[in-house]
Design a protein around this ligand. Structure first.
Ligand SMILES: Nc1ncnc2c1ncn2[C@@H]1O[C@H](COP(=O)(O)OP(=O)(O)OP(=O)(O)O)[C@@H](O)[C@H]1O
Length: 313
């Protein structure tokens, strides 16, 4: 249902996505992981044509339900964004109008897809909120966003995505701006959404626990490239790329980066693999040339010539 083929995107002279190829099937949840700045958000924005000022497509294509989106006229793209593709942001509250009650915002969002009465949109909104176990949906609909907690707003945004009846949900770190206890609730809502909505989901998260709970497939991003992809079992249980291995076994620092550890001994920035200067395996060839992506299992792909070799943590 979604195919991204050899996509490269730049902000000014900086290549934020480099030759990314990824495919998703209907109803599948694909989790994108990677350090801060690796290109996850850019990939979501590139799908819906919302790169913003300074962002431009260099090459590649984004095919959604048979339509190439990069070349699609803006009005058609806008229509897709309001209907077949729903987006949930890290801080959904900031995407909402602070001076419009939640019920009206549901109505406006749903009206993009088809003509709908306020009464019907209220009914649908309440039904979705109940399905996702939100308490007091009537009160929520009559509230302004600022009257609701951050966790409730995130859960309302998930209910809004569900009410749109999309075929694809793009969720960018929907839990990461929340306190840990609230995150647990929102992940529960995300899980309910996955179970009750037949949409495919492309979910960006730093949280490996969320990945373990939600993913069918996982894609790992490093410096704008997809360096490993495969099923949840393949990537979490048998990570092949040393970077994936470290991501799974480390806690990212406050900047969302891997902590510098004793295995990091190369100094130079390189033309080859972006992980070379931090890799415990890296050889001279890794520094000189970019490895090819190769298939090491059914649908398990990795961009590392030394993948799978044993190394000490
Ligand atoms: N609007 C922009 N203008 C210039 N550079 C940008 C812009 N947005 C992103 N970038 C750059 O593109 C690269 C990828 O950024 P992106 O936000 O996609 O990463 P990310 O993996 O989503 O990070 P995070 O986890 O911190 O959200 C980074 O180097 C970032 O600085």
């Amino acid at each position: 249902m979604l195919e991204i083929n050899r996509l490269s995107v730049a902000y000014g002279n900086h290549l934020a996505l480099k030759d990314v190829t990824l495919a998703m099937k209907s109803h599948e949840t694909y989790c994108l992981v990677g350090e801060s700045g690796s290109g996850k958000t850019t990939l979501l924005k590139a799908i819906t044509g919302l790169l913003g000022e300074g962002g431009r497509y260099i090459e590649g294509e984004v095919v959604f339900e048979g339509k190439e989106l990069i070349s699609l006229p803006q009005p058609e793209l806008r229509k897709l964004r309001g209907a077949a593709i729903a987006t949930v942001h890290q801080q959904a509250g900031s995407a909402m109008d602070p001076i419009m009650k939640v019920g009206k915002q549901f109505h406006e969002a749903l009206s993009v897809r088809a003509k709908i009465s306020r009464r019907e949109s209220d009914r649908l909104a309440q039904e979705c909120m109940k399905t996702l176990a939100l308490k007091e949906p009537e009160r929520i609909l009559k509230s302004y966003p600022g009257m609701l907690s951050g966790g409730t707003i995130q859960r309302v945004a998930l209910a809004m995505a569900m009410a749109m009846n999309p075929t694809l949900i793009l969720a960018d770190e929907p839990t990461s701006a929340l306190d840990v206890t609230v995150q647990v609730e929102v992940v529960g809502t995300l899980k309910k959404l996955q179970e009750n909505c037949s949409a495919a989901m492309l979910l960006v998260t730093h949280n490996i626990g969320v990945v373990a709970r939600m993913a069918d497939k996982i894609g790992v991003m490093l410096d704008g490239r997809l360096i490993e992809s495969g099923s949840k079992a393949q990537v979490l249980s048998s990570p092949a790329h040393p970077y994936t291995h470290m991501l799974i076994n480390s806690v990212l620092n406050k900047k969302g980066r891997l902590p510098m550890g004793p295995t990091i001994y190369h100094e130079e920035k390189t033309q080859g693999c972006s992980f070379y200067n931090r890799c415990p395996l890296g050889c001279g060839l890794c520094r000189e040339t970019l490895p090819q992506t190769r298939e090491i299992g059914s649908d398990h792909r990795v961009m590392c010539r030394l993948a799978g070799e044993k190394y000490a943590q």
